[in-house]
Design a protein around this ligand. Structure first.
Ligand code: UDP
Length: 317
């Protein structure tokens, strides 16, 4: 397939580029590099099936040749990033989704939207099935991301229903692994960097809030399965891809201290506004439709991620 991926220089996007190229596909990666980095794709630059275009996908994009699939992964996605870039986050979810859907329609290609567990907001049911409509504060600080993605999902379904575009929507839950930025503010990267530097681990609130962490290889595997799955009426509705192993934030802090043999202690800080109290995917739809479930244990995934950060911090010091 000839695949266009937006946000292809980001954490998930670049891991997807690797996987798609390994499968033999041609990949055009678009990124404006506001949160992505060429460091994530520099190893692909010599590959003749890979091309990078620095482009803001909220603007019209011209691709001359045929395209078989468009993957829209561009967006600030860490809470720290979308709080700092609220308007860009809304624009890439709204205008960027419109432009990329327009490209898919013009090229008669398949379309896959990277959506998020944030569409469920601060959920009142746990775990969250795709049929849950969510509990989102539209005007809160996090609303810029949640509502951008909810609008994006609505637009994707409208293009599917109105123009017959073959669309798919993945709702991505917390994902971690190599190529996360050390200072993107997310919990796993923060805690690992803090533990490796023997700094206190900053737990927000009581630390009793829960998240469920999926290793990036598992996440990419689920996304690719959704992309290549055969057409059926059911495939166009959102699919949760994440790991259902639910932990309290305090537990993840302790686990990372243990795995890094760190001398760090835990420091409790204020809880950010609208921070979801629980999050855990119901993945029965992914299991049934795609035969997918995560394989990598938390210990194994954290071990690889800690190694990555150890090397990265050693290089930058
Ligand atoms: N968190 C924390 N300490 C940190 C960073 C995050 O306690 O240094 C908490 C945050 O309040 C949230 C959870 O960890 O409850 C996950 O935060 P993250 O920013 O990774 O993403 P989210 O799941 O909230 O989108």
């Amino acid at each position: 397939m000839r695949i266009v991926i937006t946000g292809g220089a980001g954490f998930l996007g670049s891991n997807l580029c690797d996987r798609l190229l390994n499968m033999g596909h041609h990949v055009t990666c678009l990124d404006n590099l506001i949160t992505g980095s060429v460091d994530n794709i520099s190893h692909l630059m010599g590959n003749e099936r890979f091309r990078f275009l620095k482009h803001d996908v909220t603007e019209y994009m011209f691709i001359g040749e045929p395209v078989d699939a468009v993957l829209h992964f561009a967006s600030p996605a860490s809470p720290r990033d979308y709080l700092e870039l609220p308007i860009q986050t809304l624009k890439v979810g709204a205008l960027g989704t419109h432009k990329t859907l327009g490209l898919a329609k013009a090229k008669r290609s398949r379309f896959l939207l990277a959506s998020t567990s944030e569409t469920y907001g601060d959920p009142l049911v746990n775990p969250q099935p795709e049929t849950y409509w969510g509990n989102v504060n539209p005007i809160g600080l996090r609303g810029v991301y949640d509502e951008a993605k909810r609008f994006a999902e609505a637009l994707v379904m409208a293009y599917h229903r109105t123009h017959g575009v073959d669309t798919r929507i993945v709702r991505i839950f917390n994902t971690y692994g190599p190529r996360m930025r050390p200072h993107d503010g997310r919990v796993v990267s923060n805690f690992i960097v803090q533990a490796l530097e023997d700094q206190p681990l900053t737990v927000y609130g009581t630390g009793k809030q829960t998240r469920s962490f999926c290793y990036v290889d598992d996440e990419v595997d689920g996304i690719v399965r959704l992309l290549v799955a055969g057409d059926s009426e059911d495939i166009h509705h959102p699919v949760n891809i994440g790991n259902p192993h639910e932990l309290m934030v305090e537990e993840i802090a302790r686990k990372i201290i243990e795995l890094t043999s760190s001398r760090s202690r835990i420091l409790y800080e204020a809880l950010p506004e609208d921070d979801p109290r629980v999050r855990r995917p119901d993945i029965s739809r992914a299991e049934r439709l795609l035969g997918w479930s995560p394989r990598v244990s938390l210990e194994e995934g954290l071990g690889k991620t800690i190694e990555y950060f150890r090397l990265r911090l050693a290089h930058s010091s």
